[in-house]
Design a protein around this ligand. Structure first.
Ligand code: PLP
Length: 397
């Protein structure tokens, strides 16, 4: 770690642990190492701590504590939900998802396709929006599950989850929502929304990596992915008590900071985005600007290569992403932006900036100094087919 704090605009990739969360966790890593399944005092106290965390997570997600299962990450929650639905209805061989899902869903669906499942990947429009009527049209008697994002990790664009849930209930098809990007950024009411499964992940809301949760509606039959006696036999493996306590505290803090996220974090994002649009020519927003998480700004800067930009921004102390973090390091353009009809050239010229509640107002000013300089530098050296001035992108089809 460097001594200088980075300007961290990559909160959709992961977040800094909230110091309050860390403080609550530390005793469980030092002396509170009892196994929650043990009957003596140390074990019982660890059990009580996990149950307090379960209540805190349930309260943030608007569900009952008994419906919350702790897992190791969002990816495990997603895999558990999808595989549970497949296992419990083995005659149904179709899964409906979208073209812009996180790789946790995409890769599992690719795997299931190789095992004979029909995977329907619903398209999105140029703004990243999904038409619920396309979902209605795709559902048939063979549909085992619908699994969709609530908020896209790359663009922040929101899917119409109320309508999606209504359609799935009308057709009695189980629904899994990948809500990994939502807690702390928008209110969640699982009971009102009524999906069957909902996945979340600790490290996106200022808890540590290596802990997540899956909410399973009490009405639905469930099959565990990891068999064992913990979590009421729904997820085997000795509980990661410190991280579960961290997730519980983070959930409570996320609830307390919801208004801050909706006002201050949104205002940082908007000031950042509007200033860049006004001052850096040939800059465009990727994704719907209204139906979007309050913290995310995905921008394309015509004439740059995001890979090069990331290196220069890093040198200047600014962290952001090209495409999703899990696929960065590869030069493949983002499947999310391609799915929205962006050209590969525009997708490769796109950067995602995601704000978080633990940063400072001055980070926005510093970012607004650095980014125009880096974009100008890259444009100056880019091969320019139009004789020096960068290409203007057409809006995605
Ligand atoms: N789903 C979405 C939308 C995500 O953004 C991520 C993480 O980037 C995941 C799932 C996977 O979560 P985890 O990193 O906890 O496995």
């Amino acid at each position: 770690m460097t001594t200088q704090d980075p300007i961290y605009l990559d909160n959709n990739a992961t977040t800094r642990i909230d110091p309050v969360v860390l403080r609550e966790m530390l005793p469980w890593l030092e002396n509170g190492y009892g196994n929650p399944s043990s009957v003596y005092g140390m074990g019982r106290r660890a059990r009580e701590a996990t149950e307090v965390a379960r209540e805190q997570v349930a309260s943030l997600l608007g569900t009952r504590p008994s419906e919350v299962i702790f897992t190791s990450c969002g990816t495990e929650s997603i895999n558990t939900a999808i595989l549970s639905a497949c296992a419990l209805d083995p005659d149904k061989r179709q899964i409906i998802t979208s073209a812009v899902e996180h790789s946790a869903t995409l890769k599992l669906c690719d795997h299931l396709a190789r095992r004979g499942y029909e995977i329907v990947r619903l398209p999105v429009d140029a703004s990243g929006r999904l038409d619920p009527e396309a979902l209605r049209a795709a559902i048939h008697a063979e549909t085992a599950l619908v699994s969709l994002l609530w908020a896209n990790n790359e663009t922040g664009v929101l899917f119409p989850v109320e309508e999606i849930s209504r359609i799935c209930r009308e057709h009695r098809v189980p629904l899994h929502l990948d809500a990994v990007q939502v807690p702390g950024k928008l209110p969640i009411d699982f009971q009102a929304l009524e999906p069957d499964f909902l996945s979340v992940s600790g490290h996106k809301l200022h808890a540590p990596k290596g802990v997540g949760a899956l909410v399973v509606h009490r009405r639905i039959k469930f099959q565990p992915l990891l068999r064992g006696s913990q979590e009421a036999s729904r997820r085997g493996g000795t509980e990661n008590v410190a991280s579960i306590v961290g997730l519980g505290t983070a959930a409570q803090r996320a609830q307390e900071f919801l208004d801050f996220e909706a006002s201050t974090v949104r205002a940082w994002r908007d000031r950042f985005e509007e200033t860049l649009l006004a001052t850096v020519p040939n800059t465009a927003v990727n994704g719907d600007r209204e139906l979007r998480l309050p913290n995310t700004s995905n921008l394309s800067f015509a004439g740059i290569e995001a890979e090069g930009a990331l290196l220069l921004l890093d040198e200047a102390g600014l962290c952001c992403s090209a495409g999703s973090a899990c696929t960065s390091g590869s030069v493949a353009p983002s499947h999310v932006l391609l799915g929205m009809g962006c050209s590969p050239e525009r997708a490769r010229a796109s950067l995602r900036f995601s704000f978080g509640r633990l940063q400072k107002d001055s980070d926005v000013d510093a970012a607004l100094q650095i980014i125009p300089r880096v974009v100008a530098k890259l444009r100056a050296v880019a091969p320019a087919p139009t004789g020096g001035s960068p290409v203007r992108f057409a809006e995605p089809a």
